[in-house]
Design a protein around this ligand. Structure first.
Ligand code: ADP
Length: 399
């Protein structure tokens, strides 16, 4: 059996999986690992191998140490990168800028090009580059492939991709809507035509990726025509800790009147806002419990979340003109039936009807949750970004 290694490097963490690229979305990977608190006094590595968990707590100086040490632990259990046949290493890269729309076989020049995009994604791309450099050093004989979170949205129509700000300033500074979570939106939207029994070219659909980060997209004939995240992943829907769309004037107000620095505002909007900033928790299970216990902040946060989600669904229905399917995915979308129910409530007039019993079924593979006579089909389809990256990396490495 051949496997793919998929790496997702953050500034102080590395997530990775060794998985069979031909597996189903719900299959357990052979190995999944998480290296955390890189560069801090105490780091941690947790690795799940064939369902069994192994953890170590020790200082991890940098990404290189984190990866070497993880591979060592995997080797001790017979699943190191030289024990199993790894045909490709897929790297999740957050920002592909205007340069990359497709996955790219990595060479030195590609690494430099990803480095050049750092100003557009200062929080994400530096760590992605670190991960690529380190992994290529450790595994020089395996093809490495970069898969971009923005790729699926690279050919959005200008009306959706451009902002109504000064064209010269926007052009000179790469200011446009890039969109993120593209690997998931593409992975999900490619499965929907088969569920509908329709030719992918004829399908108009809305994909709702609702996880800790959340985004939605309008997809026409397999091409994204709009998406909710913007130049950065801060825009669009209300998220776990991010605010989503707000009046940009709020930033000036907080800077001038409240005396917050730009960095403080950045942290406020990215990490201390969204559901957590309004209710104190960002997990929908806890939020639900708080609502049941009568917590008014939790109730208010939930309503703002649902209101914003419905706003986007409505606008994408108009943008698409005709909608064949709406699909929920990611942690909240796959598991929080109350979110699906409330997001789709009272839309019979638009041909959307949820079947409460179908919506109640546990998360177990792709399924329909609309009624048989619902003109717009509503689905839940589990996402698996690692699997999607593994498939893309393996396909490109084979060429
Ligand atoms: P990430 O953006 O980190 O990849 P996920 O897609 O894994 O996020 O989604 C994580 C979120 O999914 C959690 O914060 C939680 O709000 C939600 N979630 C997970 N399981 C459940 C569940 N059983 N019921 C309700 N919400 C859930």
């Amino acid at each position: 059996m051949t496997y793919a290694l998929v790496l997702n490097s953050g500034s102080s963490s590395i997530k990775f999986q060794v998985l069979d690229p031909t597996a189903d979305a719900n299959d357990e990977p052979l190995v999944s690992g998480l290296v955390e608190q890189i560069g801090e006094p105490q780091g941690s590595i947790t690795i799940k191998i064939r369902g069994e968990k192994y953890s170590v707590q020790e200082p991890i100086a940098d990404h290189s140490v984190g990866l070497e040490r993880s591979f060592q632990i995997m080797t001790e259990h017979g699943v190191g990168p030289h024990d199993v046949d790894i045909s490709a290493v897929g790297h999740r890269v957050v920002h592909g800028g205007k340069v990359f729309s497709e996955p790219e076989l990595i060479n030195d020049q590609v690494v430099e090009m990803i480095r050049d995009i750092i100003p557009l994604a200062p929080l994400h791309n530096p760590a992605n580059v670190d991960g690529i450099v380190v992994a290529r050093e450790i595994l020089p004989d395996i093809p490495h492939v970069a898969v971009f979170d923005t790729g699926f949205f690279a050919d959005m129509p200008p009306a959706a991709a451009l902002y109504a700000i000064n064209a010269k300033v926007a052009g000179e500074n790469g200011v446009r809507r890039y969109g993120f979570h593209g690997t998931s939106h593409e992975f999900i939207s490619q499965q929907v035509p088969a569920l509908l029994g329709k030719d992918p070219k004829s399908v108009n659909q809305i994909v709702l990726h609702l996880g800790n980060g959340a985004s939605c997209s309008a997809v026409q004939g397999g091409h994204a025509i709009d998406t909710s995240m913007g130049m950065t992943p801060l825009a669009g829907l209300v998220m776990g800790t991010r605010c989503g769309d707000i009046d940009p004037g709020i930033i000036f107000h907080l800077y001038r009147t409240a005396g917050l620095s730009i960095d403080e505002i950045d942290t406020l909007l990215n990490r201390q806002s969204g559901i957590k900033g309004m209710s104190g928790v960002n997990d929908f299970r806890e939020l639900r419990q708080m609502i049941e216990d009568g917590d008014t902040d939790a109730w208010s946060a939930y309503n703002i979340y649902i209101h914003q989600l419905r706003r986007y669904i409505g606008s994408y229905m108009i943008a698409l003109g005709r909608v064949d399917a709406i699909t929920f995915t990611a942690g909240v979308g796959e598991n929080a039936k109350f979110v699906r129910e409330d997001a789709m409530a009272d839309l019979e007039m638009y041909g959307i009807k949820i079947d409460p019993e179908r919506n109640d079924l546990p998360n177990d593979g792709p399924r329909e949750i609309s009624t048989d006579d619902s003109a717009v089909k509503v689905f839940v389809v589990p996402t698996n970004e690692e699997l999607a990256i593994a498939q893309k990396a393996t396909a490109l490495a084979k060429k």
